[in-house]
Design a protein around this ligand. Structure first.
Ligand SMILES: [Zn+2]
Length: 135
């Protein structure tokens, strides 16, 4: 068993696929502001902690991608698992890891997933900080 995030969203203007993971976000491709919000970070955190606990790895032995949420999550699994063996600061590692990926026609996702990864890193590493920011 694994914890999936079934979520799809396309920009109403340019049709780019992205996750409005915080309020006030703009489309990473065309920059228009949309009112959509999907609370991706807590769910992603749960999914990753589940994998770590059950499989002793952020990457599950099998993963079926059926939505944008799962697609982004899979990239994050590999990013975080690879960072375990690195001594580099997370921000630098994430930036370089994502820049090596072949994004094809979804280059705008590189910076988008980078931003998601930083939020997720904070949530995973510093629970107290997260709680403070939620007050
Ligand atoms: Zn757009």
């Amino acid at each position: 068993m694994t914890h999936h995030i079934f979520y799809n969203h396309q920009c109403s203007k340019c049709q780019a696929h992205y996750i409005p993971f915080k309020r006030g976000i703009v489309c990473p491709s065309c920059g228009i502001a949309e009112n959509d919000f999907f609370d991706f970070i807590p769910q992603a955190k749960f999914s990753m902690q589940f994998n770590q606990k059950v499989f002793n790895s952020y990457i599950p032995p099998a993963w079926y991608t059926s939505s944008l949420g799962d697609h982004v999550l899979l990239t994050l699994f590999y990013l975080f698992e690879n960072h375990k063996a690195s001594n580099e600061p997370f921000e630098k590692f994430s930036n370089e890891f994502l820049s090596r990926k072949d994004w094809k026609d979804q280059k705008y996702l590189e910076k988008h997933i980078y931003e998601i990864s930083l939020e997720l890193y904070k949530a995973l590493m510093n629970k107290d900080l997260l709680k403070d920011s939620e007050k």
